[in-house]
Design a protein around this ligand. Sequence first.
Ligand SMILES: [Zn+2]
Ligand SMILES: [Zn+2]
Ligand SMILES: [Zn+2]
Length: 337
Amino acid sequence: MESSDTLRNKCAACYRQFNKMEHLVEHMRTSYHSVHEPTCGICKKHCRSFESLREHLIGPLPKAECERIFKERGCDLCLTTLSSRNALRGLLYRMANLGIYDDLKIDNSRTKVAALACKMVGGGSDGTLDLCARVSLIDEYENIIFHTYVKPHLPVTNYRYETTGVRPEFLRDAIPLRQASRKIQDFLCNGEPLWKIRSRGGKATILIGHGLDHDLKCLEVEYPAIMIRDTAKYPPLMKTSKLSNSLKYLTKAYLGYDIQTGIQDPYDDCVATMRLYMRMRSQVHKLEDYPLATDPQNRNNFAQWRQSELERMNPEEMLEISRSDFYCWCLDSKESF
Ligand SMILES: [Zn+2]
Ligand SMILES: [Zn+2]
Ligand SMILES: [Zn+2]
């Protein structure tokens, strides 16, 4: 039996219940619940990641009522619940026709986002040092901007042929690493000096990828974190344990197809990360003036309030002043790029 007191102390986002109001206040101070969290379309529960939303909807221990409705009119890939079965059929039809472009304004202006991926061969005495041998860069319409073999500075000791498909003769006359890096860097910065790229809204390109730290390090390309959208580090796409998912897993789970079977083409990785990014960017979330907990206007939002004032608020009011601790990619679609 739930006492009315415990009901009053129920978090308005994740529905956890607390014996005492002060414990709920403490929970709200540390959980950064927000409108940007993946949310169940049926009971409106907030989840930390799409993986926990998936568990909530399709198991192994789903919430029975949500599972029942979701089975009828939910989409297993994007985890949204449609208003009717017909709406679901419409969605599946659009996706079958690669409706991925539906929400994009196609214009002739230069692309403002690009996805990058590399394939590495082995260097060093034991062949474990990653050396970039192929690189691919695409625009938001999945057109190739740059797709090439790269000749590393160091000797290749393991071509990793089974996965890379790279043979020595492909690299012999390939573009040297330094030249490839330069081209990529120039494309990304788009005429803005690197030190000047401090915020969104400039001329520089948003860079999308999976595990970009490693790719950029191998390419010897420097790029500011504020312009990077990494599917390996985006909280809603991470595991409940806060570890990264593989791109292969994300592509299967959220896009419904297989990549990285046999010889891998970096173009396929670019396409997968770009589609994941577009999916995340097209989420419809409530517009807030200052969406991040770290925005100076929100700093210590909860600390500003006295404990006694917070304890007098109801759970919905507390959720109202709570802000996200990560940058939601839906915000990219609201910027005037
Ligand atoms: Zn909560
Ligand atoms: Zn959002
Ligand atoms: Zn639910």
